[in-house]
Design a binder for this molecule. Structure first.
Ligand SMILES: Nc1ncnc2c1ncn2[C@@H]1O[C@H](COP(=O)(O)OP(=O)(O)OP(=O)(O)O)[C@@H](O)[C@H]1O
Length: 364
């Protein structure tokens, strides 16, 4: 049984529903990890109540929620750093409780805040941790280490022989990611991976990591308490409340545009419009008018232009630039082939925001 909640995803049990048959609900996507009615109690207190969740193969799924809501516990149950009190966690087609925990952790990468690099091992030795445990020969290990350091943006010749204390926080975090990817694990768990990095370095790491993840096709389950980080990086966001209760599981745009519950609305709350401008895109129905010759903004006309599908934030920037140009309350809009298809004004942006936030409207 699944109760219909605006913006809810069928791969999670909705807040008002009972346990959902997750396997049946996510037929369209291959599932990498599945939590089936999972519960974790600590000495009588419930950290995770009854979690059902399917992480799709190749996606970057971000768990976000208030402190203490059970995010880390959920993550740590996937690699058996924490054992569930009840329920099942299935990796591929194996129940994780049937897999030896040490073997399991070699199959699942794990990155935490402050990384936990071994201080008395060089960068190269840190990255080579699991390959060494697996008995890879020296040449294979050395080649892989060089490949991984390059992948995370650390030139091997400069970094391989350094010690962890000779690195910046961001560089250490990159080594942590390289170490976790060493054996190309199908699944990577990340707990506040960029939490200790300064805001500028953090934004760059987020961007680079998202690109890396897409290129490698690794399934990633990541925990953060930062909603901006969540919506910037995720393919899908899971908003959790106390007891790891799923408030909403949906695309970043969906979560920001149409919060399913009050808890999600509170989390998205301040700065929601800015987030919508970053995530929403200009569509034909937002435009002011149909094509009207070469007299208006656009090629052959005065003033800046934007493309259909542009980020709404970029439309606002173009409108701001147009203010002082002749007839400057709108900008020309071009399609993919550069043909002008109409104009956009501030009213277009407002229309787009209405479209995105209207119940049931807009792209998911
Ligand atoms: N080892 C433990 N023993 C007892 N209680 C624990 C233990 N680990 C976590 N808890 C409790 O379980 C609940 C969930 O903790 P968890 O660390 O999973 O939350 P979180 O959402 O990751 O929080 P944060 O964002 O602050 O890291 C909290 O109430 C916490 O106090």
């Amino acid at each position: 049984m699944t109760t219909s909640v605006p913006g809810a995803d069928p791969t999670a049990s909705a807040p008002t529903s009972g346990p959902t048959s997750v396997a049946a609900a996510d037929e369209a996507h291959a599932v990498a990890i599945r939590f089936d009615s999972v519960r974790k109690e600590y000495a009588g207190s419930v950290a995770v109540d009854d979690l059902s969740l399917a992480v799709r193969e190749g996606e970057l799924l971000v768990l976000v929620g208030a402190s203490g809501c059970g995010k880390s516990t959920t993550l740590r149950m996937a690699n058996r750093l924490v054992e569930p009190t009840a329920g099942r966690i299935v990796l591929g087609d194996e129940d994780v409780t049937d897999v030896d925990p040490v073997a399991l952790r070699r199959r699942i990468g794990y990155v935490i805040q402050n990384v936990g690099l071994f201080p008395h091992r060089t960068v190269a030795q840190n990255v080579a941790t699991v390959p060494s445990l697996l008995g890879w020969d020296r040449r294979r290990t050395r080649d892989r280490v060089a490949e991984l350091l390059t992948l995370v943006g650390l030139e091997p010749a400069r970094y391989a022989r350094r010690w962890p204390h000779e690195l910046s926080g961001g560089e250490r975090q990159r080594v942590g990611v390289a170490r976790a990817l060493a054996t190309d694990p199908p699944v990577l768990l990340m707990d506040e991976p960029f939490g200790a990095v300064d805001p500028v370095g953090r934004a760059r790491l987020q961007q680079e990591f998202s690109r890396l993840q897409r290129d490698l096709g690794t399934t990633v389950m990541m925990v953060t308490h930062d909603i901006d980080e969540a919506v910037r990086m995720a393919d899908r966001v899971v908003v959790l409340s106390r007891g790891a209760r799923v408030e909403q599981l949906a695309s970043p745009l969906e979560v920001v545009a149409r919060p399913a519950t009050g808890t999600v609305a509170d989390l998205v709350g301040r700065g929601r419009t800015a987030r919508l401008l970053a995530l929403g895109r200009l569509e034909p129905t937002d435009l002011d008018d149909a094509p009207r010759g070469d007299d208006g903004p656009g090629p052959g006309g005065a003033g800046p232009t934007v493309r259909l599908g542009a980020e709404l934030g970029d439309v606002v920037t173009a409108l701001t630039a147009a203010v002082d140009a002749p007839g400057g309350t709108s900008v020309g809009v071009l399609d993919e082939s550069g043909r002008r298809v109409g104009t956009a004004s501030a009213a277009s942006v407002v229309r787009a925001l209405h479209r995105l936030t209207a119940a049931g409207g807009g792209p998911a």
